[in-house]
Design a protein around this ligand. Sequence first.
Ligand code: 5GP
Length: 331
Amino acid sequence: LKFCQALPKVELHAHLNGSLRDTTIRELALKRNLDPALTKVIEMGDRTLSECFKLFDIIHRITTDHDTITRITCEVIEDFAADNVHYLELRTTPKTRSEHGMTKRSYTEAVLKGMQEAQQGSRGQNITVRLLLSIDRREDTAAALETVQLAAELHSRGIVGIDLSGNPTVGKWSAWEPALQEARRQGLKVTLHAAEVYNPEETAAMLHFRPERLGHMCCLDERLEVLHYNTGIPVELCLSSNIITESVASYPEHHFHPFYSAGHPVILCTDDSGVFCTSLSKEFAIAAHAFQLSNSQLWQLSEAAIDHTFLKEEEKEQLRKKFQIARATLE
Ligand code: 5GP
C-alpha cells in the first residue's frame, strides 16, 4: 500500500455523492435530522447493486443545498489530492430541487465553486480537476439534453464530458442516445456505464455508439467481449465496487485480468470511495495483490491512464512530465 500511496495517480471514475467522507455524512445526517434508521443504512447497510441505489437516494437527502454541494466537492478533491491523485475527473448528476431553489445550472455552479475553492486551498494545489456531468438513467430525453446543453455551455470552465449512470435496470438506451449524439456534436467526450447487469442489446448499442470510455463492463457474453476488444475502447474498472456490489464473485475472477493480459486499455478507479470505503491507492494495492503486478507494472498502469483522460493533448503532455518528475523522486 505504501508504494501505491506514493505513486502519482489519475482518477477517471469517481461520483461526487458516492465519495463523501464518513464524518461529513454523519454530520449532515445529524444536521438534517435524518431518520436514524436511514443513517444506519448509510453507515453499515447492505451494498449490493440494488441496495446501493437506495443508498444514493438517502445520501442525496442530506446533500440538498448549494453550500453543501460546494463543501463536499471541495472535501472530495482534497481527499483525492491527499491520496496523491494528480488528475481527477469527477462526475456528478446535476439536480433540480425547486424546494431549495436549485436548478441543474445552479447545482453545477455550486460544484464548480467547490472545484475552485479546493484548488485555491493549500490541500488542492497539486491536483488538476475536470468535471463530467452525468445523465441519470431515470431521466428522459429532454432532461438528458438539458444536461448536455449545460455541459456544452460550461465547457470552458472545466466540464469536459458526459457520463451515463444510475440504476442499470432502469430506462432505455433510445431515451439518452439523442442527447449523447448531441454531446458529441458539441465537442464533449462521452463515457458510459455499461454491462453492469447482463443486457446484451443495450451493451451492443453502447459499443456501436463508440464512446471514448466505458465503465465496468462486468456482464458480457463471448460475442460482446469480442466486439468490445475489437473497438479498443478503454474501460474504467472499479474492483472494490464490483466485489462489494456482487457484480463480480472475487478479485482473482475480476475481468481486469483478461483485459489487462490481452493488452486492452484499462484504468483502475474508485467509483464511490465513500460508499465502498476505498481510495485509489487501495485499488492499486488490491490489483497488485490479486493479479501479482510488479511496481513497474503499477507505474505503467498509472501513467497509461493519462492517455485516456478527456484532457487536450498538450495538457496530457504536461501531466506526463509531472509524472516523470514524481517518478524520479520515487526511485
Ligand atoms: P452524484 O451523481 O449524485 O454525485 O453521485 C451519485 C450517483 O452516481 C448515483 O445516484 C448514481 O446515479 C451514480 N452512481 C454511483 N455509483 C454508481 C455505480 O456503481 N453504477 C451506476 N450505474 N451508477 C452509479
